[in-house]
Design a protein around this ligand. Structure first.
Ligand code: PLP
Length: 380
C-alpha cells in the first residue's frame, strides 16, 4: 500500500504509539488528584505542553489542550466573539477548511456579517481586499496558515499585522502548517493558533489552541477548572502525552526531513507532468508546504482516478477529505478561478516522512495507462 493522504491524517510514530500505550497502562490516575500517581500524570501533561509550545515558539502557559483542530477552531472563534460585546463583523478567507467555514455560517445565521476574502493568481490572498475589509470595529479575523488542499501558504506575518494594526484579535488555523514549516508565534501578532496532533504523526482526537495572554476569550466547555478554565473536563492524558512526543519529533523533522520530502514532491510533479501533458499543478507558483501537491487531470473525474489508484494500492484524495464522498467541486479550486474541466479532475497527493521515492516512482509508472483508460472512457 502506498499512502499519499497525509493531509487527511498521518500514521502515528512508533514512539507515539508506545507512549500512548504506556500512559494508558501506567498513567491512569486523574491529573487533578493530589496523590503521587495523579501528580505524575500532571507532570507528563506539563512536559507535553512544553514540547507543543516549543514547536511554535510559544510559552507553555499559552497552550490549551483540546480534542483536535476542529475544537480549537471553534473555541478560538466562538470563544473570542463571546467576549467582544456588540461587535458583529468577522473577516476570514474563501478558502478556509470547513471547520472554519461552518462556524462562520453559524455566525451569519445569528446576525453576524462575515466577509470572505478571495484569492488571486495561484492561490495568494487578495491582500488589498483583506486590508479594506478590516476596520477597528471588526470583532476578529480568522485565517489559515497553509491550505489543506493545495498546500499554498499565506503570508501570515504580513496579513496578521494588518489586523493587529487595528487592534483586532487574530486566529490562525495552522493545522496543516505545523510540523511542516517553521512557525514562531513570537514573530507573529496573533492571539490564537489552532493545532491538531494527527496531522503530524500524533494521535487523533487531541489538539491544542495557542491563546496569547490577555486575549479576550470565554470557554465553550465548562466544568472543572482544567486548562486555565478554558476547557473543562478531565484531560485526555494519553493523547496529550502522544501529542507531546509527536511535537518533539516534528520539531526535528522540519529541518531534517521536510527538505527531502519537498525534493521528492517536486520530482514527482515533474514526472507526472511528463507522463500527462493534460495535467496542471494547482498553486505551484505560490509558496507551498513541502509535502502537498494538487494535480488537475483535465476532463477526468477525480473520483474515477482515486478508485483506480485505490485498486492499485495507492491512497490519495480529492480535495479535503471531509468533502470527498460528495462530488461537489472543491471550493478552494473554484475560488482560485479554475474552470470546471480542471476542478473536477483534481487529485491531492500528500507525502510525509514515511514516503519514499520508490513509492512515488511506482505511482508515476501507473499513471499513463490509468489516465488513458479514463480519457478513452470519457471520449466514448
Ligand atoms: N483545519 C485544517 C486546515 C485542516 O486540514 C483540518 C483537518 O483536515 C482541520 C482544521 C480539522 O482538524 P481535526 O481533524 O483535528 O479536527
Amino acid at each position: 500500500m502506498i499512502y499519499l493522504d497525509n493531509n487527511a491524517t498521518t500514521q502515528p510514530l512508533p514512539e507515539v504509539v508506545d507512549a500512548v500505550a504506556k500512559s494508558m497502562r501506567d498513567e491512569y490516575a486523574n491529573p487533578s488528584s493530589v496523590h503521587q500517581r495523579g501528580q505524575s500524570a500532571r507532570h507528563k501533561i506539563e512536559l507535553a505542553r512544553a514540547r507543543v509550545a516549543e514547536l511554535i515558539g510559544a510559552t507553555p502557559r499559552d497552550i490549551v489542550f483540546t480534542s483536535g483542530g476542529t475544537e480549537s477552531i471553534n473555541l478560538a472563534i466562538r470563544g473570542v466573539l463571546s467576549s467582544r460585546g456588540m461587535r458583529r463583523h468577522v473577516v476570514t478567507t474563501a478558502v478556509e477548511h470547513s471547520a472554519v467555514l461552518r462556524v462562520m455560517q453559524g455566525l451569519e445565521a445569528r446576525g453576524y456579517v462575515v466577509d470572505y476574502v478571495g484569492v488571486v493568481g495561484d492561490g495568494r490572498l487578495d491582500e488589498d481586499d483583506w486590508r479594506n475589509r478590516i476596520t477597528p470595529d471588526t470583532a476578529m479575523v480568522s485565517i489559515q496558515y497553509a491550505n489543506n488542499e493545495t498546500g499554498v501558504i499565506f503570508d501570515v506575518e504580513r496579513l496578521t499585522s494588518i489586523a493587529a494594526e487595528h487592534g483586532v484579535p487574530v486566529h490562525v488555523d495552522a493545522v496543516q502548517a505545523v510540523g511542516k514549516i517553521p512557525i514562531d508565534v513570537t514573530r507573529l501578532p496573533v492571539n490564537l493558533m489552532s493545532l491538531s496532533a494527527h496531522k503530524f504523526h500524533g494521535p487523533k482526537g487531541v489538539g491544542a489552541l495557542f491563546v496569547r495572554r490577555r486575549t479576550p476569550i470565554e470557554p465553550l466547555i465548562v466544568g472543572g477548572r482544567q486548562e486555565r478554565e478554558l476547557r473543562g473536563g478531565t484531560e485526555n492524558v494519553a493523547g496529550i502525552i502522544g501529542m507531546g512526543v509527536a511535537a518533539e519529533a516534528a520539531a526535528h523533522d522540519i529541518g531534517e526531513v521536510m527538505p527531502r520530502v519537498e525534493a521528492m514532491r517536486d520530482r514527482f510533479e515533474r514526472d507526472v507532468l511528463n507522463a500527462a501533458s493534460f495535467a496542471r499543478i494547482n498553486g505551484a507558483s505560490s509558496p507551498r508546504i513541502p509535502n502537498t501537491t494538487n494535480i488537475s487531470f483535465e476532463a477526468i473525474e477525480a473520483e474515477a482516478i482515486l478508485l483506480l489508484l485505490s485498486e492499485a494500492g495507492v491512497c490519495a484524495s480529492s480535495g479535503a477529505a471531509c468533502s470527498s464522498g460528495s462530488f461537489e467541486p472543491s471550493h478552494v479550486l473554484k475560488a482560485m478561478g479554475l474552470e470546471d474541466r480542471f476542478t473536477h479532475g483534481a487529485v491531492r497527493f500528500s507525502l510525509s516522512r514515511t514516503t519514499t521515492s520508490d513509492e512515488l516512482g511506482r505511482v508515476v509508472a501507473l499513471l499513463p495507462r490509468l489516465l488513458e483508460k479514463l480519457r478513452s472512457l470519457s471520449r466514448a
